[in-house]
Design a binder for this molecule. Structure first.
Ligand SMILES: NC(=O)c1ccc[n+]([C@@H]2O[C@H](COP(=O)([O-])OP(=O)(O)OC[C@H]3O[C@@H](n4cnc5c(N)ncnc54)[C@H](O)[C@@H]3O)[C@@H](O)[C@H]2O)c1
Length: 422
């Protein structure tokens, strides 16, 4: 597994997998490790584990490598991140100490609040992409690996929209040569992975592989891609609660979300340009779930505000508050308050694992390009240009499980269920 950025999420994920392998902890929150799937009719009583139904890579088969702008090994990085207890970290220390990041492709223009020494040098962005490809090939050879997956778990880059250089493979490759500023480091890594035919997922909100040029390349090299911005914390809760309110046709006039967060991600997001990227992915979910164009009386004037405040004393233990102003029968107002004391990287780590294993499965199943069935894991699911994204967590889960049934040639489950009564 290739991880770009060995920060809080990546080290919590790697340390967790090693701890689980050693029997020190359980893979809670991971569908690939703990989930079951119903096959056939309810009367058949078949609900095997997902990992018994589809041939997923096992945890023992995973080998980790990655890039970071800081050269500290994964044990020190995990200590800096401060997510896992020292007692647990000590037990996986030897394995973590062996993982040292390769020099990164980095430019402070794209992440203003960050700078570090472990950075590649190259005349053009194409040179840098080739250096990343060389790292990948060396890692594969040194560890005698059959297959690879790359996940961007680097810091959130500044807000960017699609431009001319992103429109085709040819223009993108010219842009790499010309050091076009519309190509941030995350796209250089994505390009390197996809060129090598490696599945790529973006765990952060910035524009990365979700541009026509890289989608085109992915279809040539048969790379599955997924993203973006893992659905943890407040947005996870939002996409659990909002479909319920919508199902009961309760109106919503306001949804105010605020967070305090004290890890390095919080510090990066304190910069308005990085926050703008996050705000876009965080805000889109409600619009799609509520469908105000179909339900103007209920959701047309929804005032949706999202705030993230950097507050160092909390470290990775984020606290989120949501105030939801509801409207019921005859327009009577109500309120719902949610206070979630969560741990960001503890929620994120199982997503990294599941996405990596499912992307590897997709690659072997011959599926390439955008993997919409993995929307379940993302705040801003990547989707085809002529579609709107599906944000409802329950529809997303149904889609994911039906895709697994489809892989196995099992009947898809529609929940119609007439046959039980005929
Ligand atoms: N923790 C969560 O729950 C969560 C949820 C959704 C998305 N995310 C996103 O995942 C990403 C990682 O989060 P985190 O909490 O681990 O942050 P972090 O700041 O702890 O780690 C990010 C790491 O990426 C490194 N980095 C930055 N630019 C790089 C580059 N160009 N090349 C290589 N390394 C680079 C940084 O040095 C840092 O070590 C962030 O973008 C965050 O917004 C996190």
């Amino acid at each position: 597994m290739l991880l770009v950025g060995l920060g809080a999420v990546s080290t919590t994920f790697i340390a967790g997998v090693i701890a689980i392998r050693k029997g020190l902890a359980k893979p809670i929150g991971s569908l690939t490790q703990m989930g079951h799937i119903r096959l056939g009719k309810r009367t058949e009583g078949r609900s095997p584990m997902i990992n018994e139904v589809v041939p997923l890579a096992g945890l023992d088969d995973l080998v980790f490598g990655g890039w970071d702008i800081f050269s500290e090994d994964c044990y020190s990085a995990a200590k800096t991140a401060g997510v896992l207890e020292p007692g647990l970290l000590e037990q996986v220390r030897p394995e973590l100490e062996k993982i040292r990041p390769w020099p990164a492709v980095f430019d402070q223009h794209y992440v203003k609040r960050l700078d570090g020494p472990n950075v590649k040098k190259g005349k053009t962005k194409r040179d840098l992409a080739e250096q990343v490809m060389a790292d990948i090939q060396k890692f594969k050879k040194d560890n005698d690996l059959d297959r690879l997956v790359m996940i961007w778990a680097g810091s959130t880059e500044i807000y960017m929209t699609e431009s001319e250089v992103h429109q085709s493979m040819a223009s993108f490759e010219r842009g790499l040569e010309a050091n076009d500023p519309a190509i941030p480091p995350s796209m250089v890594y994505a390009y390197a992975a996809i060129r090598e035919g490696i599945p790529y997922a973006n765990a952060a909100p910035n524009l990365s592989a979700d541009i026509p040029a890289l989608v085109e390349l992915a279809s040539h090299t048969k790379s599955p891609i997924a993203g973006k911005d893992m659905k943890t914390g407040q947005t996870l809760i939002k996409t659990i609660i909002a479909p319920g309110l919508k199902a009961r046709l309760l109106g919503v006039t306001g949804w105010y979300s605020t967070n305090i967060l004290g890890n390095r991600d919080g510090e990066v997001l304190d910069d308005p340009e990085s926050f703008k990227t996050k705000e876009e992915t965080k805000k889109s979910a409600l619009d799609y779930i509520f469908q105000p164009h179909l339900y103007p009386d209920l959701y047309k004037d929804l005032c949706h505000v999202v705030r993230i405040n950097y507050y160092p004393p909390r470290g990775d233990n984020k606290e989120g508050w949501d105030n939801i102003d509801l409207v019921g029968w005859l327009g009577y107002p109500m309120q719902l308050k949610i206070n979630f004391l969560c741990r960001d990287s503890i929620l994120a780590a199982p997503i990294v694992l599941d996405v990596a294993l499912f992307l590897d499965l997709a690659k072997r199943a011959g599926m390439s390009g955008i993997q919409e069935w993995l929307s379940f894991y993302f705040k801003a699911p990547v989707h085809a240009p002529n579609l709107y994204p599906e944000h409802d967590l329950f529809i997303q889960l149904m889609k994911l499980k039906n895709t697994l049934r489809y892989f196995k040639g099992e009947d898809l489950i529609t929940h119609l269920g007439r046959e039980y009564y005929d």
